[in-house]
Design a protein. Structure first.
Length: 267
């Protein structure tokens, strides 16, 4: 009797373990898939190919690449790519929205990019733009798809940099209390922090392709013998935009007004 009673319990235990293992394996596979998508190297590779904005959606799966040379490529699963050249960009009447349009072989491709949080409903990845893609063709058929997107940038910026040169500024380490100005970019939080030779500072940044915009910088209020360098650095950065370029261990920031800053990577 004891043996007969134990057999169902053993079978139940074995089946429960098997189901648990299968569920764990599925979760691990999903986790790996998501991490592959979120991995910065996925976006870094696209950025280095000249892609400045990427979007995707599901059901059906589609993706969109917008290049810095005015090319736009739309891909849908099991369908040929739709390519548009010399796209036009305009500001929508809707706040925080831009419209990009281009003529393609399939008809007019119109992309709406709205700055608002968006979550991929399959991977769970968070994006900072909502995207809709519309393709109008001559037969009056219209394809409308929705998804999420983000501006890409050079992830190598995410590091610590020491200033070596700045337009109209004489930089001498021995004249500055804390040495040459130092910047640390934290791209996961879109923040910059560091010092400008005297006071510590921090602030928000925004990245779009090879453009970086600085918000209002907040700093400590310590007085130092040499303050001119710090004043010029803060004046140049505060609520201003620059193009940036990375060349090996060098970072170069240049503004439309002609201000140039050169940094070297440090550890």
């Amino acid at each position: 009797m004891k043996t007969i009673f134990l057999i169902p319990l053993i079978l139940f235990f074995l089946l429960s373990c098997s189901a648990s293992d299968n569920s764990q394996n599925q979760n691990e596979q999903m986790s790996l898939t998501n991490s592959d998508i979120v991995d910065p190297s996925f976006y870094q590779e696209k950025y280095l190919k000249g892609i400045q904005f990427f979007a995707r959606g599901n059901e059906p799966f589609w993706s969109l690449d917008i290049y810095s040379d005015k090319k736009i490529v739309f891909s849908e699963m099991n369908e040929p790519e739709v390519v548009g050249l010399n796209y036009k960009e305009e500001i929508s009447n809707r706040e925080n929205e831009i419209i990009i349009s281009a003529q393609t072989e399939k008809g007019e491709l119109v992309v709406s990019i709205l700055k608002d949080s968006c979550q991929d409903n399959m991977s769970g990845e968070m994006f900072d733009h909502q995207v809709s893609v519309r393709i109008k063709n001559s037969s009056s058929n219209e394809i409308l798809l929705n998804g999420c997107g983000k501006y890409l940038y050079d992830y190598r910026l995410n590091d610590i940099w020491v200033m070596e040169e700045m337009t109209d500024v004489v930089l001498k380490k021995e004249n500055l209390m804390k040495g040459l100005p130092m910047f640390e970019f934290n791209l996961s939080e879109m923040r910059v922090s560091g010092h400008a030779g005297c006071n510590q500072f921090f602030g928000k940044i925004n990245l779009k392709g090879n453009s970086i915009s600085f918000g209002t910088l907040v700093s400590t209020k310590m007085a130092c013998p040499e303050m001119i360098v710090e004043q010029k650095v803060f004046q140049a950065l505060n609520q201003n935009s620059f193009t940036y370029k990375l060349d090996k261990l060098k970072l170069i920031l240049e503004s439309e007004s002609g201000i140039k800053m050169v940094f070297r990577k440090t550890d």
